[in-house]
Structures are given as C-alpha cells and as structure tokens.
Ligand binder design. Structure first.
Ligand code: AMP
Length: 395
C-alpha cells in the first residue's frame, strides 16, 4: 500500500511517499516558494537529487506537479494506488487526542483553531484541500502535533489564571512537536527493551521542546499555549516574565504585534549571539572565543538543563534522556555542555561516542556506569504520520 506523508506550510509543501507496511521511502521532496515568484521543487529518489523550477500560485499546482512526478517516475501506475495521505497538523486543540480520518468537520475544526496557530493551521488546510482535489480517492488523515500531549493531567496543563480564561478562551498548555516526542520515546523504550520506562526527550531544533514520558504517555512538556514557551530557541525567547510586555509597551510605545514579532522572530539565540539563529553559525564563532556566542550557548544550555532537572524530579528519576532534531542530533558541543551539567545526578558522558553521534546516527553517548543513559535518536515525524495513516486507512 502506498501512503503519502505531507507537511504543508504557508509557502511550502514537503512530502514523502512510502510503501507500507515496509516503511520503505519511495521518493521524497519539497515544493518551495508556493504563491511567491521563483517557485522551485527538489526531489530525492534512489539517492539522486533533482531540482526544478515551477510556477506554483497555490498549493493546488504543487500537488498537481507531485502527481505528475509520481506517475512519470513510475512510483505509481495509477493514482488509485495512493490509498492514504497523512497531513501534519500543528494545532489540534484539546479535542484531538490522536490522528483521525479527515472529514469536512475535521477541516473546519482545523480552520477554527487557526487563531491558536496562525502561521500553520491555515496552510495545512490549503494542503488538505489541494490533495483532496488532485488525489480524490485517497483517505486523508490528520496527525496533530498536539495529540501526544493530551495525556498531560490538569494540574500540569492549567495555568494559575482565572478559570474563566480556560473555560471560555481555551487558555491552557497544549505542547507541540508531539509526533517527534512520541517517535523518540517509543524508540528509546525499544532500545532500553523496557515497556515501562521514564524517558526525557529533548527535541532541540530551530524550535525546541523537552518532554517527560512515562510508560509511553506524555506527562509534561515545555511548550505551552503556543510554541513560544519553554526553552530558549533559535529565534524565540522561550519562558519569560510576562510583565516585560506591558512594561515595554508603556516605555517604548511599541505595539503588542511588534513585541510579539520580536519575541517570536528576533529573540532566542539570534538575539543573544547577535550572529544568527542557526547553531552552526554561532558555534563557528565559539572557536574564536566570541563572548556573545558563548553567552548564548550558556543561556540555551541553562534552559534545557532546567527542564531536564524538573522532569527528572517529576518522573521520579529517568531511564533515559534522548536528544533529537537539528541541534540534538548534530551538535556534540551542545550535548556535552548539557550532559556535563547533569554530572551532579551521576551522568557520565562518553566524549568519543558523543563526537561520533552526528548526521543521522543513532546511539548511546554516555559511559556504561552513567546513572542515566543518554541517546541520540534521529527523529522521524514522517514515518509516524505514515504509520497512523496506514492504520486508519486499513480500518
Ligand atoms: P530542525 O528545526 O530540527 O530542522 O533544526 C534546525 C537547526 O539545527 C538549525 O537551525 C541549526 O541551528 C541546527 N543544526 C543543524 N545542523 C547542525 C550542526 N551540524 N551543528 C549544530 N547545529 C546544527
């Protein structure tokens, strides 16, 4: 059975086609600059990379090209071979606790949740509509980034604000990156060969979050009502004292939207380092002892260590700590700083293994006698979407 895993953004659409249940990737690619001049797409098939220009005023044209490529490259002989299409959806609110088959009601719910994820949910709807139009016979499935966190209990998801805010306006912690946290915690349980386990997952990418998972269920996570809460990120501030916002509004005359943009796009590592939001650029400056680059790393590591320590206590100990996503998978430097800071809990980094574990490698980075083993586990959100889509399409 052939399944597509789709992640539609406002001007992009990423996809992977799988043969299921083997989980074999047949082709993957990304369409960029949809609705903007200079559109192009890249495909990866059998180790070959192909890049082509294409005019794509809307997501419909992107999916049309996708269909043409699938047929021309013999990935499918007829479109009916694509039995399921799974869509990554950032916000599923408090209602969606797992992936579901998409109906008009589901599309409306995703649309209605747009105020909570204005950059993502409207784009997902465009992706869903385009797939429904161009590949009408496939079952469409919605896989929510928030779903895995729906097991978090009330005493962890509520904020200490008037109940009315929760009841009337849905103000609560939702958590994000759920598909990644689920994949990594399941993989860690497999590596540990333990069904019942306490796992801390550090998803450290451009955006980042830490979660605490007990026996496969999420008990807490660092992102909150929006993805701006929690650890320091590439360009997002993470947790701050909310009072800074009204203070700055009064002091500078900046509008709430201006401040919101700064906190989302011009804060985090970018703001402290004054170099870039990309860890590679900042790490390059560490070698020349750039003070701001070093300081940004300290702030970052502090925030991650704070959450690991918090969840270590919340879980009553940990069976594994896992690193994933762009920084977690590829920066031995950041991992070393984090694990060394946790030496008071008995963690012992194996420096050679830590250096080795990069660019898609999975494995242990701590010594045999470390109190808690730490792993690098490359995340795979696409395969999780394909699995759920396969399972729901088969029902
Ligand atoms: P993600 O959001 O998971 O795609 O992660 C993207 C981020 O990972 C980039 O913005 C970089 O900050 C970081 N990253 C990627 N490769 C490396 C690397 N080799 N070393 C350090 N950081 C990296």
């Amino acid at each position: 059975m052939k399944i597509l895993s789709v992640n539609a953004g406002s001007s992009s659409l990423k996809f992977q086609a799988y043969e299921m249940p083997e989980e074999k990737i047949l082709i993957k690619g990304v369409f960029e600059r949809i609705g903007i001049d200079g559109g192009f797409y890249t495909l990866k098939i059998n180790g070959e990379k192909i890049e082509k220009k294409a005019d794509m005023p809307t997501h419909d044209e992107a999916v049309k090209i996708l269909v043409k490529e699938l047929l021309e490259r013999n990935i499918v002989k007829s479109l009916d071979e694509i039995e399921g299409i799974g869509h990554r959806i950032v916000h599923g609110g408090a209602h969606y606790k797992e992936s579901v088959i998409i109906t008009e009601k589901v599309v409306k719910d995703i649309e209605d949740l747009s105020p909570l994820a204005p950059l993502h949910n409207p784009a997902h709807v465009m992706g869903i509509r385009a797939c429904m139009k161009e590949i009408p016979n496939a079952i469409e499935v919605a896989c929510f980034d928030t779903a895995f966190h729906q097991t978090i209990e009330e005493d962890r998801y509520l904020y200490a604000v008037p109940n009315e805010w929760y009841e009337k306006y849905d103000i609560r912690k939702y958590g994000f990156h759920g598909t990644s946290h689920k994949y990594v915690s399941e993989r860690a349980a497999e590596l540990l060969d333990k069904k019942y386990s306490n796992i801390i997952v550090c998803h450290l990418g451009n955006g980042g979050s830490v979660s605490a998972v007990r026996d496969g269920r999420c008990v807490d996570t660092s992102m909150g009502f929006t993805p701006n809460a929690g650890i320091v990120m590439g360009s997002r501030c993470g947790d701050i004292d909310y009072s800074i916002i009204p203070y700055l509004m009064k002091k500078t005359g900046m509008s709430i939207d201006e401040i919101d943009t700064i906190l989302n796009k011009k804060s985090g590592m970018l703001a402290i380092s004054e170099i870039s939001s990309d860890f590679r650029d900042i790490e390059a400056k560490i070698s020349v002892r750039d003070h701001k680059a070093i300081l940004a790393h300290y702030l970052y590591v502090n925030s991650v260590v704070d959450y690991i320590a918090k969840y270590y206590v919340e879980l009553g100990g940990a069976d594994a700590i896992c690193f994933t996503a762009g920084v977690g998978e590829n920066s031995p430097h950041v991992r070393r700083m984090i694990v060394d800071r946790l030496s008071c809990l008995g963690l012992k980094l194996d420096r050679d293994k830590n250096e080795e574990m990069r660019f898609g490698k999975e494995g242990l980075i701590t010594k045999e006698d470390s109190s808690v083993p730490c792993y690098v586990i490359p995340t795979d959100e696409e395969v999780m979407i394909a699995r759920d889509t396969y399972n729901l399409s088969n029902q």
